[in-house]
Design a protein around this ligand. Sequence first.
Ligand code: CUA
Length: 346
Amino acid sequence: MTWGRMPSCAPVANRRWPGESGTRPKLATCATMLFSLASAFGQQSSLAPGGTHASQIKSLGVFFFWLLGIIFLIVIAIAVASIFQRGQSTQDEAAQRRLKTAIAGASVLTILILFGLVVVSVGVGKEISAPGGRGNELVVEVTGNQWWWFVRYLNDDPTRIVVTANELHIPVGRPVLIRGLSNDVIHSFWVPGLQGKRDLIPSRVTTQWIETNEPGRYRGQCAEFCGLQHAHMALWTVAEPESQFQQWIGTQLRPGAAPSDDLQQRGQEVFLSHACVLCHSIQGTTANGQVGPDLTHFGSRLSIAAGTLPNNKGNLAGWIADPQNIKPGTRMATVPLDPTDMQPLL
Ligand code: CUA
């Protein structure tokens, strides 16, 4: 099971991600999900690192696991052995001396091991937070909102600034500086396959470097409880070769495609004449709302409502018709629509 293709335990909408096959989740699957918690495998996993920083974090974790696991087994073995040796006299002087030496030795060894772990841990911490810029870095601003991610690709040329939401595209082999902000409460930006966590704090800028040499999709998740829909605050990171990334940037820079037939024309009219425009922008139209995600190239995105649902027409219809059913507490308004207007809008 991969977290990215996470089956749902809730009987709402179609939560199957593109490319996912197989049956609907059974009770056992849901139980496994509970046990795997932050997910140990798949597209959202610090044990399946794609990024250079995440690899270092994984190595540290594996080192801790084996070292402490072996120590645990030794301690248990000694405890069990001492049970079998119960009753043997420790009163004679030689036995007393041996016991004291063993206790002193174990104490010194414990201090040395703990000190060693601190040194290794601080070393890795320093390495993964060191500036990764080599003059070719990409700077992306990620702003946490209840409960979605605003993403802005900074550029010295204001006409080349790209704005998107709930999805991050990065080129492989190039360092990316994430400038983290928050519009409301504290969130935490965490793409386990690429890096550790970094809090997004109101009126502060926090930074994090990510870099990967492996193209692919990495699922990220808000890692700081930020309200009712904290769990539905996910973000896809798509790592792709430089040429593909530049192509994506080029597409994002263009205004939304103009309607090409009557149905699409009607859809645009529906969008522009309803409350949608109070919150959302679509470049190339008069929609200029700044409260919710920019919807200019929404069709190209992988998910709806910050990773809550795979992006397809059926899910989108459910989301627009009754957002509170899919994401209770969301700021997305339920806009009353004439039933005949839904299809053109989709
Ligand atoms: Cu944002 Cu939890």
